[in-house]
Design a protein around this ligand. Structure first.
Ligand SMILES: Nc1ncnc2c1ncn2[C@@H]1O[C@H](COP(=O)(O)OP(=O)(O)OP(=O)(O)O)[C@@H](O)[C@H]1O
Ligand SMILES: [Mg+2]
Length: 321
């Protein structure tokens, strides 16, 4: 591939400047959550029967895949006890009420129930913290029923294992694995800005990247790694089953009827792509074909100006070198 105009290191520089959440911000947000966790732990030590058992950072800040465009901090909160409502709306109200108890120095309006989560906002600094409930019945590995942020359904899953799953793979290709994930998420972010109906969940991107990593792909050259990702989407047409044997044998995966099958690595019965219909899958595949074509064109372009033009088709106008 000809790379005289935009090279791997140009993409790496773009990522550092425009895509990645800067480390000082990530540290600040993690510290913000740590303070909430400690408050909750303090409350629990005084009232051991309290039904909020634990808060953990989840989502991209926990996995080290956050973008600069991050707009809230995801936290999961384990809720146990017989009186915890099983109906989502009531559960969210209940969680808000319990959080207000545990954080008495927050004004009631700083703890606001939303549709499927509770927002805790800080006065002055920091981002809002989005607290998502997990109904918990004491599993030692911290499995529980997570309220889906897509439709409010309960998903049996395990956040600590998700973090471990990604962490294990990050170690295999340090820096590069999470960087290529963030670049792909930037592509999705740009597509969503152009088309409000476009959907491609970050967790799905991460699982597809994990599959490519496990199959031996090298992520150290960013244009090539992105091209591998787009080629995979185009070739598989998103019709292949994507699954992992870290926590269960592949033979335990039953039949999943949705068109896209990207199975939760910690629960063989949970398809993380179950929400996606054929049209949505097709939109992803078509966008991937376009992005792959744009990278090919960028590689072949005779001038820097044209090369940048093609990379902007992948990342949008934020791409400048
Ligand atoms: N369908 C699902 N099944 C199981 N767990 C899920 C599912 N969707 C989300 N999760 C959990 O929620 C976490 C956050 O979701 P997701 O990866 O989509 O967002 P994110 O990593 O915070 O990315 P973004 O930068 O888009 O906010 C995942 O890492 C996973 O632990
Ligand atoms: Mg998130």
């Amino acid at each position: 591939m000809a790379k005289e105009h935009v090279s791997h290191s140009d993409i790496a520089e773009y990522a550092k400047e425009k895509v990645n959440l800067p480390k000082d911000k990530a540290d600040e947000y993690r510290a913000q959550v740590q303070r909430l966790r400690e408050k909750l732990e303090g409350y629990i030590s005084e009232y051991p029967d309290f039904t909020l058992k634990k808060m953990i950072l989840s989502g991209s800040l926990a996995k080290g895949t956050a973008l600069k465009s991050l707009n809230d901090i995801d936290v999961a909160c384990y809720v146990s006890g017989a009186e915890a409502p099983k109906d989502v709306k009531a559960l969210i109200e209940y969680l808000a009420e319990r959080l207000r108890k545990a954080f008495p120095n927050f004004k009631p309006e700083q703890v606001k129930p939303k549709t499927y989560s509770v927002t805790v906002s800080f006065i002055g600094s920091g981002l809002d913290v989005d607290v998502v409930p997990i109904l918990y019945s004491g599993d030692p590995n911290w499995y529980g029923d997570l309220v889906s942020q897509d439709d409010g359904s309960f998903l049996k899953t395990c956040i600590p294992r998700h973090i471990e799953f990604i962490g294990k793979r990050k170690k295999k290709q340090e820096v590069h694995f999470s960087q290529v994930i963030r670049l792909a998420k930037q592509w999705v972010y740009f597509l969503k800005s152009e088309n409000e109906n476009f959907r491609f969940k970050s967790f799905m991107v991460e699982l597809i990247m994990s599959k490519l990593l496990d199959s031996g792909k090298d992520f150290s050259d960013y244009p090539e790694a992105l091209q591998e990702f787009f080629t995979y989407l185009a070739k598989s047409d998103l019709k292949e089953l994507i699954a992992f044997n870290d926590y269960y044998p592949l033979s335990s995966i039953g039949s999943h009827s949705s068109p896209v099958k990207i199975i939760d690595p910690v629960n063989a019965e949970n398809n993380a792509a179950k929400q996606y219909n054929i049209q949505q899958a097709k939109a992803i595949v078509e966008a991937a074909i376009d992005a792959g074509d744009a990278i090919d064109a960028a590689m072949a372009a005779p001038t820097k100006k044209e090369t940048v033009y093609y990379w902007q088709k992948v990342f949008g106008p934020s791409f400048q070198i």
